[in-house]
Design a protein around this ligand. Structure first.
Ligand SMILES: [Zn+2]
Length: 66
């Protein structure tokens, strides 16, 4: 199953529970940064964004995103 087909959906799982995936967009590629600005503009109509990262992800990507 392609994970992207589950984004933003609620579904009855084989485990017997109903799950909701609130994440609407996922970028996983070497050029994901190229899609970030456009994706952020589609989600939020504003000039300010909150970047959530831990130390490891900040070092790898957070600083570049900021
Ligand atoms: Zn489940």
């Amino acid at each position: 199953m392609d994970l992207k087909t589950l984004l933003g959906t609620t579904f009855d799982c084989v485990c017997g529970k109903r799950h909701h995936i609130p994440t609407e967009k996922l970028f996983y590629s070497r050029d994901a940064f190229a899609a970030l600005e456009q994706a952020a503009a589609e989600i939020i109509d504003g000039q300010h964004y909150l970047i959530v990262a831990d130390q490891r992800t900040w070092e790898k990507a957070g600083g570049k995103v900021a």
